[in-house]
Ligand binder design. Structure first.
Ligand code: PGA
Length: 256
């Protein structure tokens, strides 16, 4: 079985509801035609319900950018996994901006992963080292540490998605090279192998994220271990996102 490539667009804190609808209407006709891969849009929470209506019956899927791990209750301002499960298929968990701006710890990431899986919401778990960790040769240790912590107590991992996003590459224009990214993604896959065995390691999809553009997407997609990309900045530019997705779809066809 071959892993199905995935491109997910993380819109971050961009687009009002009307802007989101305008953007998705602009993107939809082109993206809709591209086959053989999974296409996921992750807009801000406030646009999920309206986008769900627009995307119903299309080949595009929806994801959220975060969740809180309690099921319900007195957590003013938070959004739970059951709330999201009615709206989308995926949820990004442990994005570096959550970890570093909002102080999310490995243990919170783990609780979020468990909360999502409990309601069949598939987490896209982000891991990645900071610049100083990379320069100190600690990438391996940081990435495997984050991964093992995120998956602590998780019994099935075949369906979830992991995104390797070196913090120094996010929004900086300084993307990792294909080789660098492939090496760390291979390390992630071998960590999964150690935790869950061969079948899960073979099935789990691992994306690269960090300054992915139409100009460099193929460099990642050519790598044997990389199954797609988590795209930030370029995902809110209709032409760029279409180009990233169409190049991936084209490449997917060649592999069949
Ligand atoms: P970027 O963001 O593509 O703008 O670097 C990636 C991400 O944060 O997921």
């Amino acid at each position: 079985m071959q892993r199905i490539p995935m491109i997910a667009g993380n819109w971050k804190m961009n687009t009002t509801l009307s802007e989101a609808l305008k953007l998705v209407k602009e993107m939809l006709p082109g993206l809709e035609k591209l086959e053989g891969m999974e296409k996921v849009l992750c807009p801000p929470f406030v646009s999920l319900a309206a986008m769900q209506n627009l995307l119903r019956g299309t080949s595009l899927k929806l994801g959220a950018q975060n969740l809180y791990y309690a099921e319900k209750g007195a957590y003013t301002g938070e959004i739970s996994a059951p709330m999201l499960a009615e709206l989308c298929d995926y949820v990004i968990v442990g994005h570096s901006e959550r970890r570093h701006i909002f102080g999310e710890t490995d243990s919170m990431v783990n609780k979020k992963v468990q909360a999502a899986l409990k309601v069949h919401l598939l987490p896209i778990i982000c891991v990645g080292e900071k610049l100083e960790e990379n320069e100190a040769g600690r990438t391996r240790e940081v990435v495997t540490g984050q991964l093992k912590a995120a998956l602590d107590g998780v019994s099935e991992a075949g369906e979830l998605v992991i995104a390797y996003e070196p913090v120094w590459a996010i929004g900086t224009g300084k993307a990792a090279t294909g080789r660098q990214a492939n090496e760390t993604v291979a390390l992630i896959r071998s960590t999964i192998l150690g935790l869950y065995g061969e079948k899960t390691a073979h099935n789990v999809r691992i994306l690269y994220g960090g300054s992915v553009t139409p100009a460099n997407i193929l460099e990642y997609m050519k790598q044997p271990q990389i199954d797609g990309a988590l795209v930030g900045g370029a995902s809110i530019k209709a032409i760029d996102f279409f180009s990233i997705v169409s190049q991936t779809a084209e490449m997917g066809k060649k592999c069949e």
